[in-house]
Design a binder for this molecule. Sequence first.
Ligand code: ADP
Ligand code: IPE
Length: 254
Amino acid sequence: LRDLIVKLGGSVITNKAVKESPRIDVIRSLVGILKDRFRVLIHGGGSFGHYVAYEVGLNRRPVSFEDALKVMKSMDRLSNIVLRSLEEFNAKILLIRPREFVINKELRLYKVFEDALVEYKKRGANILTHGDVVVDIGKYNFSVCSGDVLALIFARIFRPKAVIFLSDVDGIYTKDPKRDPSAKLIEDISGSELVGAFEGSSSTDVTGGMKLKVETIKRISEITDVYVLNGFKLDNLKRFLSGDDFVGTRIRRG
Ligand code: ADP
Ligand code: IPE
């Protein structure tokens, strides 16, 4: 598989328990495996963006420019690490930050200034981007544009063969696998069935976060196939990329 959109979850590339702790070896290994496979690489915030976002109250109350900038700078530190790793592998890639082309309203995506992205695509550019703080024209001043939403934005523009989410668990389960041992991995499902697979479950553990993620994945699956795989299981990822048997969740288009 090539020409993919890949999202590296913050839970994979950072240690969420410690502020601003990147997993450099994991980043390097993933970049090495993925470098010729993607058109768009997206990364999350993990213990960078999310940590500082929590400190300043982002997405919970209106934040000042100064506080928004703190979160942006934190994301810049992480994206610079990812970029450096890509450059070590001589990847030709352009870093573009959502704060420059996305506007939210009341915490939701409101407007994407996509003309430049479309032109980059036509010219064969590979793009690195990441979950970010963007202007919010509602009451919050600024809010988060997540890597998951970026995967949807870029799927619309790039029309990739597939969108891959790399997470710290094996895929999407019927319930949170970290809390509920009876959770079962969903191996193959259509986008339209996906949301029901959760609402039907008796679990109350599914966070708003996971629900939003699943809804975003459902919308991406209207465009292309989506896969959720474990970002720590590198041999499994390689098998997937070369078309062999793998463990993970496949969300079929449609
Ligand atoms: P990332 O940092 O990879 O974007 P998130 O933290 O947003 O990841 O989501 C992954 C986490 O969601 C997993 O660590 C898992 O514990 C939790 N989770 C909750 N419910 C589910 C579910 N039904 N299936 C898979 N993971 C779930
Ligand atoms: C978060 O991006 C970005 C900020 C908090 C600024 P994501 O929401 O995509 O991050 P992860 O993958 O869940 O850590």
